[in-house]
Design a protein around this ligand. Structure first.
Ligand code: SF4
Length: 184
């Protein structure tokens, strides 16, 4: 049955949340946050071969104030960690984070004191992208996955509450260097 039959008055009523979710989901502006080799794959995603412009997000912004998406591409050193957090804090709400690659997500092969063992110890991560390095298609897939999440997210204070809860859980998690098992 078409929408016109369901709504004879011809007015499609929907919640403001759904409309804003649709707008947000299609309007990411990523901030430049290339930290290591994964960033080369991220740059490749913007080239004509992979063409992330098809999804309207090839314009990486050099200012966090213009951005709502941080793609952490590469390992995060202890020295870089406060800068990553500073850039994240400078981005306006609502904002999202993709952790690109094994190093950003878990420290990867760098299980040592110099590398943060997971970007979620610094900022709340929405999507983890595995691989070393993930291919540009995988990054595009991660962005599309994030978009699906964004479309269903609640607005305003709720969104901030979710981000703060994810952040608290990550900060309270056991760092990988203290975990026993394969790494110990
Ligand atoms: S995951 Fe692999 S490609 Fe990405 S930063 Fe780490 S070592 Fe480099």
């Amino acid at each position: 049955m078409g929408i016109e039959e369901q709504l004879p008055s011809g007015i499609a009523l929907t919640s403001v949340e759904n409309v804003l979710g649709l707008a947000r989901k299609h309007s990411q502006f990523p901030v430049t946050m290339g930290l290591a080799c994964c960033a080369i794959e991220m740059m490749a995603a913007g080239t004509p071969r992979f063409d992330m412009a098809r999804f309207g997000l090839e314009v990486f912004r050099a200012s966090p104030r213009h951005s709502d998406l941080m793609i952490i591409s590469g390992r995060v050193s202890q020295k870089m960690a406060p800068i990553v957090r500073n850039v994240y804090d400078s981005m306006p709400e609502p904002k999202w984070v993709i952790s690109m690659g094994a190093c950003a997500s878990s420290g990867g092969m760098f299980n040592n004191y110099a590398i943060v063992q997971g970007a979620d110890h610094i900022v709340p991560v929405d999507v983890y992208l595995p691989g070393c390095p993930p291919r540009p298609e995988a990054l595009i897939h991660a962005i599309l996955t994030l978009r699906e999440q964004i479309g269903k997210e609640p607005l305003g204070a709720n969104r901030e509450k979710i981000a703060r809860a994810a952040e608290k859980a990550a900060l309270e998690a056991t760092p990988t260097h203290q975990m026993k098992g394969l790494l110990a």
